[in-house]
Design a protein around this ligand. Sequence first.
Ligand SMILES: *[C@@H]1O[C@H](CO)[C@@H](O)[C@H](O)[C@H]1NC(C)=O
Ligand SMILES: *[C@@H]1O[C@H](CO)[C@@H](O)[C@H](O)[C@H]1NC(C)=O
Ligand SMILES: *[C@@H]1O[C@H](CO)[C@@H](O)[C@H](O)[C@H]1NC(C)=O
Ligand SMILES: *[C@@H]1O[C@H](CO)[C@@H](O)[C@H](O)[C@H]1NC(C)=O
Ligand SMILES: *[C@@H]1O[C@H](CO)[C@@H](O)[C@H](O)[C@H]1NC(C)=O
Length: 305
Amino acid sequence: MLLLLTVILSCALCSRPFVSAYETRLINKLLLNYDKRIRPVKNSSHAVEVTIEPQIYSLIDVDELHEILKILLWLPQGWTDENLSWDPSEWDNITLVNVPASELWMPDGYIFNTIEIREALSLSQIYARVDFNGMVEVDLSKVISVRCPLDLISFPFDTQNCSLQFGSWGYQAHQLTHIVRNTFVLVNNQNSEWDIVSFSAKKTKTWYKSMHNQSRQFEEIFYTLSIKRKPLYYIVVLVVPSFLIANICLVGLFTPNSANGEREEKVTLGLTTLLTMAVVLNIVAGEMPKSSTGLPLLGTGDTFS
Ligand SMILES: *[C@@H]1O[C@H](CO)[C@@H](O)[C@H](O)[C@H]1NC(C)=O
Ligand SMILES: *[C@@H]1O[C@H](CO)[C@@H](O)[C@H](O)[C@H]1NC(C)=O
Ligand SMILES: *[C@@H]1O[C@H](CO)[C@@H](O)[C@H](O)[C@H]1NC(C)=O
Ligand SMILES: *[C@@H]1O[C@H](CO)[C@@H](O)[C@H](O)[C@H]1NC(C)=O
Ligand SMILES: *[C@@H]1O[C@H](CO)[C@@H](O)[C@H](O)[C@H]1NC(C)=O
């Protein structure tokens, strides 16, 4: 019995490394002389072409008071690493291996206008998929906070545009170039307060002057995220009460004189209206950034009505 168990156990142990022996040797061979500091092109006058296709996985939060947008961004990237290729017929028909991304050269794409980036996984936890032609794919996932000036004139029926500026942090345009694929929004991850209207990209190249007075060209990709508020909550809580209050105010103004004490009643009505208005305004003010570029028309209307 014990003997049988030993035999089974040792076979389980011995067969596993045998199955993946090719893969082990292949990965060892690929990474043997690999230097992840080197841009993976054989001819250094060629640019590495990195394909990117960011997706808004989820709109986590819109902090109106501080004008900060927090999103969970998926950033799949793909490029060809000319140093990572093999002939599958020599390697047990293996066409794809997974290698920790921290072992490979990685493009240094960065979102310039974030105030905070949190990587969902560290690079050593992320496995890049390497194909026998040297095509590498890696999916990054980041929680990013961007500052996004809000234009609240048409609150609560407003649409906000938020810009994300993406590009390589260190490589110039002739060393690393991005191929921008159509971006899309995963529809099943909508926010309850905001709808994502669009997420579009525009690529530009800009010359900058370096510290040594040399001109350097960098590639920049501007993503515009357009979000639209779902106004129902504010209609119920703000618009309808404001409308009612304004009407009561008007009715109060034009009520015919009563026999006695009509002035007092008008004053009471006026004061009550003012108090109610203050409460409504307080709600608006608590939600809004203290900007003066565009006051919400609703709040302005409340103040002057
Ligand atoms: C590198 O690429 C450039 C442009 O494609 C070409 O003119 C040059 O001959 C190449 N150099 C080598 C060493 O292959
Ligand atoms: C990768 O580059 C190194 C150094 O140039 C070289 O020794 C190695 O053979 C290359 N590997 C492949 C798979 O091309
Ligand atoms: C690899 O694939 C070829 C063609 O499909 C097949 O003839 C060969 O037997 C395969 N080799 C192994 C080790 O599976
Ligand atoms: C937001 O962007 C869309 C399309 O990109 C544009 O039509 C709209 O005018 C922009 N809105 C604002 C407030 O800039
Ligand atoms: C760069 O240009 C500025 C003004 O044009 C000059 O003062 C500075 O000395 C230059 N620096 C170098 C390193 O040439």
